[in-house]
Design a protein around this ligand. Structure first.
Ligand code: PLP
Length: 481
């Protein structure tokens, strides 16, 4: 592509993206399509000869964009709402242009060092101790898997060298999580060869926080049975309700029992940059590792997840493997990103985070997080004041768990009433989402189908939240009358 074409198409794409953000509601948040509809528009045969860039861009804007679920839509309230901010998009653009593979310091000096600098900024903003080093991974799932591999390495069982299979000298290793922990921990156990049964689920209290007495008992019982604790995973901001496990107590148990403590703060960790909210990470200063996802609530385009650990050397011990063709004569002190994970080449993700933090400043980022929490409290207030709805969990951050209710009918059993409310809420959610105006998702709390309204998009205003509330009430009226 020649220079003039590159400029012309580059400007065209940036103009298109600018219009996309100017009218974020131009597309339905959920596209009105069925599986296979999109692929049917794309030729099955690959192009033998190159096509014109105009035609390709036309297909992206004309075919791909309308068939996407729009995570940038301000009425995206499902899962954890996220958004790509402008400086983050520019960071991605530069990063794609540089196309560095940040595996060795030598292959990417600025990428390697910027990662260290920007992660130290974020560490300071979150109030984590100075000894915590950060490493960027793509996702929290992958970061947690690496943390658990490091926890395993810390046990000194020679698993890196001799593996697990066929060994009678390795006891069953146990990972403890609350019943509200993210499924990524179980996937890590599967991937690392420990199996799903190595994950022991601990119950939670009425506010969905890990029951620490049950944790202590489980560890004692396992030890009696010859099972060796591998790590405890505490969550700050659980996926269903954003509850915060009692990390200070869990940390004490881990210290006493000498067990690796991994904290999953994938969603809520970002909130610690708000000075008044820094208490959410109480006890995390004792963690052996902690993951947080700027791609969730720090306006960073997907993907960018950060793992902090005061035990970086163990991560290195678990993963460093240097073949001759990657050996360098650089000083021992330089960091080579490939030493801390299974990937060799690594994207230059730090650039977008650096640009975002510089553009907004801590203050600007924190103000948006505070506003999202305010909007969630406003919505929770409407739920609480209404007789047709109930709130099902506390609202420590920007997610509200709630459901529609209607009184038990004469002659209806408790079970029948519960099933009717579950069906009612499923219908409300499907009806709400099918409007294409807004999107929310659900979970199950105490066996009840629970709707979740998650606020996290940089373009969401009170008007969007208000519209969602009206839509919910319209849907409820359709089914309850
Ligand atoms: N941990 C928690 C608490 C989460 O809520 C999520 C995703 O929502 C994850 C981990 C997984 O995140 P990722 O998509 O970055 O792997």
């Amino acid at each position: 592509m020649n220079r003039d074409e590159f400029r012309r198409f580059g400007h065209e794409i940036v103009d298109w993206i600018s219009d996309y953000f100017d009218q974020p509601e131009r597309y339905q948040v959920l596209p009105d399509i069925s599986p296979g509809d999109f692929a049917a528009q794309i030729p099955k045969a690959f192009p033998e000869k190159g096509e014109s860039m105009s035609e390709i861009i036309g297909d992206v804007t004309g075919k791909v964009a309308p068939a996407l679920t729009h995570w940038n839509h301000p009425s995206f309230f499902a899962y954890f709402a996220t958004s790509a901010s402008a400086p983050g998009i520019f960071g991605e653009l530069f990063s794609a242009a540089f196309d560095v593979k940040a595996m060795l310091w030598r292959t990417s000096p600025a990428a390697t060092e910027l990662e260290q600098v920007v992660l130290d900024w974020l560490r300071q903003m979150m109030g984590l101790p100075a000894g915590f080093d950060g490493i960027i991974y793509d996702t929290a799932s992958v970061a947690s898997m690496h943390a658990i591999a490091a926890a395993r390495e810390s046990l000194g069982l020679g698993i890196r060298e001799r593996g697990l299979s066929g060994r009678s000298d390795v006891p069953l290793l146990r990972i403890y999580v609350s019943e509200h922990a993210h499924s990524s921990i179980e996937k890590a156990a599967i991937t690392l060869g420990h199996g799903q049964e190595s994950v022991r689920t601990i119950g939670s209290d009425s506010e969905f926080r890990m029951n620490t007495q049950e944790l202590a008992k489980a560890i004692e019982e396992d030890r009696k049975n010859g099972i060796l604790p591998l790590c405890v995973v505490a969550t700050v901001g659980t996926t269903s309700t954003t509850s915060i496990d009692p990390v200070p107590v869990i940390a004490e148990i881990c210290k006493r029992e000498q067990i690796w403590l991994h904290v999953d703060a994938a969603y809520a960790g970002s909130a610690a940059i708000v000075p008044e909210m820094q208490g959410i990470l109480a006890g995390c200063e004792h963690a052996d590792s902690l993951v947080t996802n700027p791609h969730k609530w720090l306006f960073t385009p997907f993907d960018l997840s950060v793992l902090y650990t005061p035990r970086l050397e163990i991560m290195r011990r678990a993963f460093s493997l240097v073949p001759e063709f990657l050996r360098t004569t650089d000083a021992e002190s330089v960091r080579n990103g490939m030493d801390y994970g299974i990937q060799l080449g690594r994207r230059f993700r730090a650039l977008k985070l650096w640009m975002i933090i510089r553009y907004f400043g801590r203050e600007g980022l924190a103000a948006r997080i505070v506003e999202h929490c305010r909007l969630a409290r406003v919505f929770a207030g409407w739920v609480e004041e209404s007789t047709g709805w109930e709130r099902l969990a506390p609202v420590p951050f920007s997610v509200v768990c709630f459901r529609a209710v209607s009184p038990q009918n004469d002659g209806e059993s408790i079970e029948e009433h519960k099933n009717r409310l579950d069906a009612l809420n499923e219908s409300i959610m499907l009806g709400f989402n099918s409007t294409g105006e807004a999107f929310l998702s659900h979970t199950k709390l105490n066996g009840k189908i629970t709707l979740r309204l998650a606020i996290g998009n940089i373009r969401t205003t009170e008007e969007h939240v208000n519209r969602a509330w009206n839509l919910l009430n319209e849907q409820r009226a359709r089914f309850v009358g």
